[in-house]
Write a protein that binds this ligand. Structure first.
Ligand code: DOR
Ligand code: ZN
Length: 357
């Protein structure tokens, strides 16, 4: 079996659900899913309960991760409607960035009024970028705010043709903006909703074939592939009010390797978008003696069960996959081998730990 050796991958956008929502996922199960997917670093979003909006809450999350994570984890702090922006900014040194939800999302963190948004853009002092969930016209608002307040902007999960084209224009003009796309927006469209029902519901919602094609056509300006791993339980998804979001950590690499196999991107592009660029954008420390080994020729359909994520399902079940993660070595230690997580809870490191209070 030909083994392909790649760097430990970095997913700059996951929801590990701890604290407050651990029936969906926690810092152990989420980081086990990361290793199974070939990721040795994940950056966790702030829409937990309570939200990660202050240095104290960031420190509390750090302690939880230090006890449980099996891969390295960084944390975003999040803007809220009722936290003083200067308090959130004060937590910046221990965070990988500031996350602002400008468009419809899961949870209570959405901010869509100009005064509050501007206050956050004015207050943030880095060192990480401002990462925005800003769909459609809200993207234009955030690009303007970033320019006016001289902030580095990262646009999460771009899903529309209009958005990727606007980001191209902004980059061409020299604006300091980066962006990410998810495997689900690259592979699925509204047409899949018939088959997937609530299991295909996420924000941004699946878009049209023309939007999906535009992401592939503009892949050269997509800096990162990010999963937006957003686990919810099956009963929640089948309820009268299903929450938006899909798990993605364990399916991203085989989907992107399929794209390499089909000639849609090169292996170098894959490494840039799943390792080099997220490392640069979030200024992540190197992981010495860290790599993954992939059975590069494995062809199979994604299974319906057997996942590490507590969610226990995938919107890609039954779809073709290419390549299988065989082994993960993190800082010289074998942490994953043929379906088994070998790392002890707490063996992952928290990024920015020393900078937190
Ligand atoms: O689909 C989504 N799920 N979009 C978001 O913005 C949040 C995420 C979640 O936390 O479940
Ligand atoms: Zn997200």
């Amino acid at each position: 079996m030909p083994l392909l050796r790649l760097p430990g991958l970095i997913d700059p956008h996951v929801h590990l659900r701890e604290p407050g929502l651990t029936h969906k996922e926690d810092l152990f199960t989420g980081t086990c899913a990361a290793l199974a997917g070939g990721f040795t670093t994940v950056l966790d979003m702030p829409n937990t309960i309570p939200p990660t909006s202050t240095a104290e809450r960031l420190a509390a999350k750090t302690r939880l991760a230090a006890a449980q994570a099996v891969c390295d984890v960084g944390f975003f702090v999040g803007a809220t409607n009722d936290t003083d922006p200067s308090l959130v900014a004060a937590a910046g040194a221990g965070a990988c960035g500031l996350k602002i939800y400008v468009s419809e999302t899961f949870g209570s963190l959405r901010i869509d009024d100009l005064a509050t948004l501007a206050a956050y853009f004015a207050a943030w002092q880095g060192p990480g970028p401002i990462a925005v969930h800003a769909e459609d016209v809200m993207l234009a608002a955030c690009l303007t705010l970033a320019e006016v307040y001289n902030q580095r902007l990262h646009v999460v999960h771009v899903s529309l043709k209009s958005e990727i084209e606007l980001i191209r224009q902004a980059k061409t003009r020299g604006q300091h903006v980066t962006c990410e796309a998810t495997p689900h927006h690259l592979y699925l469209t509204q047409a899949d909703l018939q088959r997937l029902g609530p299991y295909g519901d996420m924000r941004p919602a699946l878009a049209t074939e023309s939007d999906r094609q535009a992401l592939w056509d503009n892949l050269d300006i997509v800096d990162c592939i990010a999963t937006d791993h957003a686990p919810h339980t099956r009963p929640e998804k089948e309820s009268d009010n299903p929450p938006p979001g899909v798990p993605g950590l364990e399916t991203a690499l085989p989907l992107m390797l399929l794209a390499v196999h089909e000639g849609r991107l090169t292996m170098d592009d894959l490494i840039a978008k799943m390792h080099d660029n997220p490392r640069r954008i979030y200024n992540l420390p190197p992981q010495p003696d860290t790599f993954i080994e992939v059975d590069a020729e494995a062809r199979y359909d994604f299974p319906a069960s057997g996942w590490q994520t507590r969610a226990g399902w995938s919107p890609f079940a039954g779809m073709p996959a290419h390549g299988r993660v065989q082994r993960v070595v993190l800082r010289g230690r074998e942490v994953y081998d043929e379906g088994r997580v070998l790392a002890a809870p707490g063996s992952g490191q928290v990024i920015g730990e020393l900078a937190t209070v």
